[in-house]
Design a protein around this ligand. Structure first.
Ligand code: E4P
Length: 294
């Protein structure tokens, strides 16, 4: 078990309550959980149904998602459980909000995940006005994080923004630089947005997240198990993170941009191809669980 709880909250990135329980036993606690359509599609019970040819209707898929988060909800601490709306590139803000309102009622500790797109930001803006907690996902740029800040200024609860480290690394950009840049940008803010490092692929990503001092990090069970196997190392004062690709070559640095957080969210250039690709992948994984006719 982990002797000293780190300052950074540790969330489990997954869609299987059994995994959450396993991690809770391993660490002695779990601060929260993040889910997404791909992770829910991988849930063992859903996979079992699909293997036996019993694909789901959209309503059944939603019911399954609700049941999964209802089991996870009491297992975690105050980092809450993030539930993601089913959104395609054409889904409107109002459609996302309607899903968010419903999903928020499923459990008492929900955070609703919307993508960092114009529709997602507008949905978040309307959500925080209704005291619906939000986690802005598929964040790949500092501009997107600035827009999240500006769109949710009136929120009474902490708002999460999730930069996806591993997916930036995959295209040889140093994802941890984005995490560091967002942290720096928020330093002189009202601090209503908490940074949640996501798409964590290995123990070094986890240690770098601790060293940067993000408020939260979401981690697949297998990375936490790897960390436990190494006896829970923590970054010391001399810790330095060097992002390298699969061939050991250094990743391309992402430079810091100076942005004015007081500007309206619509003024930031929030387009990013990885956000679009991410939405398309979530849609594909979600659809893979559905009946052909659905
Ligand atoms: C968390 O909220 C994200 O959905 C998750 O970290 C995505 O990680 P991946 O890039 O490994 O799919």
């Amino acid at each position: 078990m982990l002797a000293n709880k780190p300052k950074t909250k540790i969330l489990v990135d997954g869609g299987d309550p059994e995994e959450t329980l396993r991690v809770r036993k391993l660490l002695g606690f779990v601060d929260g959980q993040t889910t997404n359509p791909s992770l829910i599609a991988k849930n063992p019970e859903i996979q079992e149904r699909i293997k036996s040819g019993d694909n789901l209707s959209p309503q059944e898929e939603k019911d399954e998602y609700r049941k999964i988060v209802q089991v996870i909800s009491p297992l975690v601490g105050d980092g809450g459980v993030s539930i993601e709306v089913f959104a395609d590139v054409g889904t409107t803000a109002e459609e996302m909000l309607a899903q968010g309102v419903e999903m928020f009622s499923w459990i008492p500790n929900a955070y609703i995940k919307y993508p960092c797109t114009r529709a997602g930001l507008r949905a978040a803006e309307m959500s925080v006005q209704r005291q619906i907690r939000v986690n802005m996902t598929l964040c790949f740029s500092q501009e997107q994080a600035a827009a999240v800040y500006a769109a949710t200024r009136v929120s009474k609860d902490p708002v999460y923004v999730s930069p996806f480290v591993g997916r930036l690394d995959d295209r040889a950009d140093n994802g941890m630089d984005l995490v560091r840049n967002i942290k720096k940008m928020y330093e002189t803010s009202d601090r209503h947005v908490y940074e949640l490092a996501a798409s964590i692929r290995h123990v070094d990503h986890l240690l770098a997240s601790f060293a940067i001092g993000v408020e939260l990090v979401t981690v697949p069970a297998k990375v936490l198990e790897e960390w436990a196997k190494k006896n829970f190392p923590m970054p010391d004062r001399d810790f330095s993170y060097t992002g390298v690709d699969a061939n050991g070559k250094p990743l391309k640095p992402i430079p810091y941009t100076s942005l004015d957080l007081n500007q309206p969210w619509q003024s930031f250039d929030i387009s990013h191809e990885l956000t679009t690709k991410g939405i398309q992948k979530f849609v594909a994984d979600y659809r893979s669980t559905l009946k052909r006719s659905a």
